[in-house]
Design a protein around this ligand. Structure first.
Ligand code: NAD
Length: 489
């Protein structure tokens, strides 16, 4: 399945039991920067999921009995192979998703490589627990074993990055997997499948079925032989998955949406804070669950902040994602672009001020990108806390800036949304930084920085942002079943 000539569509196939298998029907996939259909993705359903789960079940006894070291070596090999093709993967991710080539080259694909290396290493270093009861003559210890077939469902914003963040720990722990990437961004997962055999991943250990959430995703969630579901996506879909999996009492890991605040106190170092907050608002077109979308600025520096923030935002160039000087690429789809634009319209209708971007500044696009789904970085001020723009996840290049007076007030306002994924605090006062960080209802709090991650530590959200955590120890615990064994002498 390769492109016969440049005009031919790229046609993907499912990867089941170590083989590429065609599907009976297909979905069109668009290049977001041109608006053209360029790829066809299998529209899998129950039948394809059934075959993939069977292959994964058959592969489980052998894979789960390999030593962690053997699995680790295979994961490292796979990381090397992806890294060897980094440029091809980055080009494909940019074309399929609309993100800039620079972002794909420096963030998405390097991180996918690192995910495999990270779990190849961390799987070698876990220790189980042991306690003694001398008076009873007993020793207790825990043992951990892989669970079985894991269902992995990932979104379109960081396609290979987030999918490998699930595949790597799942198979490192000895599970076999059936993965379903987003139907809008399936290409890099398919490219990865082409490397599995060479890396030494036995057939059936990693199966990928492509298709929509409603058909392929739901078939996976409802399959009785898939005891684990690791999902990253929207809160709405997570509710549906929870409901559908309930009859089987499945173990769920849910990484969901955010409405992330940045809190900027008047003693913040603005020379650091402003470029970082522009980046945290607009990186990857604002399509990162961790992106900042509510900026609370202490009243004394509000006007100065706003002026400098807008100046900095205007430096971000929007255009052809394959141009390495471009900062903002295309949004994922026409529908999503419309949805994001509508938020700006709603804010305006409510009396908010759009300071730059959508509807205010001209968007000049190269001739080949006129039909692409582009939007300028947009800054909105004077938005009410109750406004949908301050409450709902927009997931685009839009950020709202509002003023606050006191620490107590801003904590309450920052916590006043249904989400609780990530927050950012800017202040030179270390006492205040700790105090505020402790009071924020957020799974992650970055102070005086953004998106600095140690993959060892728990990642995940509170409230409507998720259930469960991912990370070295957390993913190990999720992807293994623990047993307590008591030995009496
Ligand atoms: P989405 O929920 O629409 O889709 C995510 C995945 O779920 C896709 O593969 C989709 O096909 C599948 N799906 C949809 N309906 C399904 C169903 N009924 N059963 C099973 N699977 C189904 O999300 P999206 O639009 O692709 O991604 C954007 C969302 O993801 C945002 O809300 C964003 O915040 C969130 N996200 C969260 C994190 C995190 O780590 N917390 C990271 C990235 C993105």
């Amino acid at each position: 399945p390769t492109m016969a000539h440049s005009k031919a569509l790229l046609v993907l196939e499912n990867f089941i039991g170590g083989k590429f298998v065609p599907c009976s029907s297909y979905i069109d996939s668009y290049n977001p920067s041109t608006g053209d259909v360029y790829c066809r993705v299998p529209d899998s359903g129950k039948e394809e999921v059934e075959a993939a789960v069977k292959a994964a079940k058959d592969a489980f006894p052998i894979w789960s009995s390999k030593s962690p070291l053997e699995r680790s070596q295979i994961l490292n090999k796979l990381a090397d192979l992806i890294e060897h093709d980094l440029e091809a993967f980055a080009q494909a991710e940019s074309k399929d998703q609309g993100k800039t080539i620079t972002f794909a080259r420096t963030v998405d694909i390097p991180r996918a490589v690192h995910n495999f290396r990270f779990f190849a290493s961390s799987i070698l270093h876990h220790v189980t627990e042991c306690t003694e009861m001398p008076t009873m003559g007993c020793l207790h210890y825990t043992s951990r074993a892989p669970v079985g077939v894991a269902g992995l469902i990932s979104p379109w914003n960081l396609p290979l990055y987030l999918l490998t963040w699930k595949i790597a720990p799942a198979i490192a722990c000895g599970n076999t997997v059936v993965a379903k990437p987003s139907e809008m961004t399936s290409v890099t997962a398919w490219m990865m499948c082409k490397l599995l055999e060479k890396a030494g991943v036995p057939p059936g250990v990693v199966n990928v079925v492509f298709g929509t959430g409603a058909k392929a995703g739901e078939a996976l969630v409802c399959h009785p032989d898939v005891p684990l579901i690791s999902f990253t996506g929207s809160t709405l879909t997570a509710q549906r998955i929870t409901e559908k999996s309930a009859p089987h009492c499945k173990r769920l890991s849910l990484e969901l949406g955010g409405k992330n605040p940045a809190i900027i106190f008047d003693d913040a170092d603005l020379s650091q804070c402003i470029p970082t907050t522009v980046r945290s608002s607009f990186a990857n077109q604002g399509e990162i669950c961790l992106c900042t979308s509510r900026i609370f600025v202490q009243r004394g520096i509000y006007s100065e902040f706003l002026k400098r923030f807008v100046e900095e935002a205007k430096k971000w160039k929007t255009g052809n994602p394959s141009d390495p000087t471009i900062n903002v690429g295309a949004l994922i789809s026409k529908e999503h672009l419309e949805k994001v634009r509508n938020y700006v319209k709603k804010a305006q209708a409510e009396g908010a001020r759009v300071l730059c971007g959508e509807g205010v500044d001209p968007l000049a696009l190269p001739p080949g990108n006129q039909k692409g789904y582009f939007m300028l970085p947009t800054v909105i001020a004077e938005v009410k806390d109750e406004s949908c723009c301050m409450q709902e996840e927009i997931f685009g290049p839009v950020t709202c800036v509002v003023a606050f007076d006191t620490e107590e007030e801003v904590i309450k306002r920052a916590n006043g949304v249904k989400y609780g994924l990530a927050a950012t605090v800017w202040s030179g006062n270390v006492g205040r930084v700790h105090r505020v960080a402790h009071k924020l209802q957020s799974g992650l709090v970055w102070t005086n920085c953004w998106l600095v991650r140690d993959l060892n530590l728990p990642f995940g959200g509170m409230k409507a942002s998720g259930i469960g955590r991912e990370g070295a120890k957390d993913s190990y615990e999720f992807f293994t079943e623990v047993k307590t064994i008591t030995i009496k002498h």
